[in-house]
Design a protein around this ligand. Structure first.
Ligand code: ADP
Ligand code: 5GP
Length: 204
């Protein structure tokens, strides 16, 4: 296990941009990342597993978690609640893993305010037309939900400038390679590496 504390990485982008797809490709490239499993009140999609993709919770259970101050951030998105359980994030960072949060823009703003050292990346599709095609192609949302998600996408684009990096998901492997490169570059920041430079006998 590495002694150095891991990076907190916030990934946002419109629903259907390909965040889950790119994260899966990234996790195959690197073994030093843990995905933060969020709690949500939305229904599971076919194939989604409780505890792996999300912790699927009732509105009452979610409200109790808010009351217990269990979230690093939480927000509402197209009629459902989503939140990042705080404890596993810090446990993984302390253990030296990078922690990846797949969260929407309001929650991302809360994390950036609380954790200024977080690295933020906005993932976008090559075009809105392609986003609509992907949302329909995924086949998991009703027409009403797709409309809601497309409307949310326009609001989300307005927040892209608040992020440290923007990655375009045209080809998923290329996008994963760019995310990988961002993480590597962030690890090499001088502020994180000065302790490795020895001047005489002492670290500078
Ligand atoms: P998000 O997690 O951002 O909501 P998903 O990863 O579920 O998005 O992707 C939405 C849909 O688009 C899925 O059907 C996925 O297979 C598809 N997709 C993702 N990335 C690409 C890509 N680079 N090119 C084509 N289709 C993609
Ligand atoms: P989906 O329902 O498509 O899985 O996710 C919808 C949106 O909720 C996506 O933009 C996703 O990034 C966001 N999201 C997922 N988990 C969280 C979370 O814990 N907190 C916040 N704020 N957003 C989340």
């Amino acid at each position: 296990m590495r002694a150095e504390r891991g990076l907190l990485i916030v990934l946002s982008g419109p629903s259907g941009a390909g965040k889950s797809t790119v994260i899966a490709a990234l996790m195959k490239r690197r073994r030093d990342i843990r995905f933060s499993v969020s709690a949500t009140t939305r229904d599971p999609r076919p194939g989604e597993v409780d505890g792996k993709d999300y912790f699927f919770r009732t509105h009452e259970e979610f409200a109790r978690m808010i009351e217990a101050d269990a979230f690093l951030e939480h927000a509402q998105y197209v009629g459902n609640h989503y939140g990042t359980p705080a404890a596993p994030v810090d446990e993984s960072l302390d253990a030296g893993y990078h922690v990846l949060l797949d969260i929407e823009v309001q929650g991302a703003g809360q994390v950036m305010a609380k954790r200024p050292d977080a690295v933020s990346v906005f993932l976008c599709p090559p075009s809105l037309r392609e986003l609509e095609r992907r949302l329909r192609g995924r086949g998991t949302d009703t027409e009403e939900k797709i409309r809601g998600r497309l409307a949310a996408a326009c609001r989300e684009y307005a927040r892209a400038k608040d992020y440290d990096y923007i990655v375009v998901n045209d080809d998923a492997q290329t996008a994963a390679a760019e995310l990988d490169a961002i993480i590597t570059a962030e690890q090499c920041r001088s502020g994180k590496r000065l302790n490795l430079i020895i001047e005489g006998d002492r670290p500078i």
